[in-house]
Design a protein around this ligand. Structure first.
Ligand code: SF4
Length: 287
């Protein structure tokens, strides 16, 4: 069975108050040492490993200089048998998705883009601490489609008190009308050690959130999206092949600080420590 390769990119421009994914502030010096460490670890994968998905997740992978993304993919191809039709996903912040970068990502081999839209409403974006406006989010989706990303996903978030039935209908209808093939809609959860844990926003109660969830199911399935996982909807054939590996317990190798792996029936994790990852000859995984 072919494996998936996950590369955790632990850099963000700012910290969103709800997020507990491991990331540090982006720095040009650190990113070079990080890329060296990623390539060192890619070169330590089993020689000739069959792989058919690659996923750059974060953090904000779209902050990476494109030449480093290309270098990582070249290193992977030298070590592994990456299939011709491999799904290669990059998570991108809408503000980073300029026309030039979109074209460069495609040239580097990225063929699936996941845009962190979260909402098309200015108040919701503000509460979530996102820096883009609704229009900038829309423009990023349209630019990505223009650049040729047919396999295009957006994230939405649900759970804030302000997300009335009418507002959520607007979010869903806006999303469904865009040239996207995939929508991930995550329920907001207050995670420990985040700014929201200290100062939580007003949330929907369970009944209201369940109603919005069913509203989402009905709206998106009526618009032609298949509800193939709890939080994920896709047009036919656009299901995330990489994420399906997680849900089906298929093998995947995670590289980078805080990355998780699962192969040989065992799950592994790398510590949430960028400096330790950069300094280690090969990343230290714990079961
Ligand atoms: S939500 Fe995304 S951009 Fe915001 S802190 Fe988390 S990883 Fe970074």
């Amino acid at each position: 069975m072919s494996a998936g390769i996950y590369i955790h990119v632990p850099f963000c421009a700012t910290q969103c108050p709800y997020c507990d994914f491991y990331s540090v502030r982006y720095s040009a010096e650190t990113v070079q040492r990080y890329a060296d460490a990623v390539c060192r670890n890619l070169s330590a994968l089993p020689m000739g490993l069959d792989a058919d998905t690659v996923y750059f997740g974060g953090g904000t992978p779209s902050l990476l200089p494109v030449d480093l993304i290309a270098r990582m993919l070249d290193t992977l191809r030298q070590r592994c048998q990456l299939s011709e039709d491999a799904e290669i996903t990059l998570e991108a912040n809408p503000l980073t998705a300029t026309a030039d970068r979109l074209a460069a990502w495609r040239s580097a081999g990225i063929n699936r883009l996941s845009l962190g839209i979260q909402s098309f409403d200015a108040e919701i974006l503000g509460i979530l601490g996102r820096k883009h406006t609704p229009q900038q989010g829309l423009n990023a989706v349209l630019r990505a489609a223009d650049a040729g990303f047919a396999n295009l996903s957006i994230d939405l978030m649900l759970g804030l008190k302000q997300q009335s039935e009418a507002l959520w209908a607007h979010e869903l209808e806006t999303a469904a009308a865009l040239p996207v093939s995939h929508i991930s809609a995550y329920m907001l959860k207050i995670e420990a050690q985040t700014p929201y844990a200290a100062q939580p926003p007003a949330l929907l109660d369970d009944e209201a959130e369940a109603d919005r969830y069913m509203q989402m199911h009905e709206t998106l399935t009526a618009a032609g999206f298949h509800h193939y996982e709890i939080s994920n909807f896709a047009r036919a054939g656009a299901e995330s092949r990489h994420n399906c590996k997680y849900w089906r317990l298929e093998p995947y190798y995670g590289i980078g600080p805080a990355a998780h792996s699962c192969y040989g029936g065992v799950r592994y994790a790398v510590s949430r420590d960028l400096e330790a990852f950069c300094a280690a000859p090969a990343q230290i995984q714990t079961v």
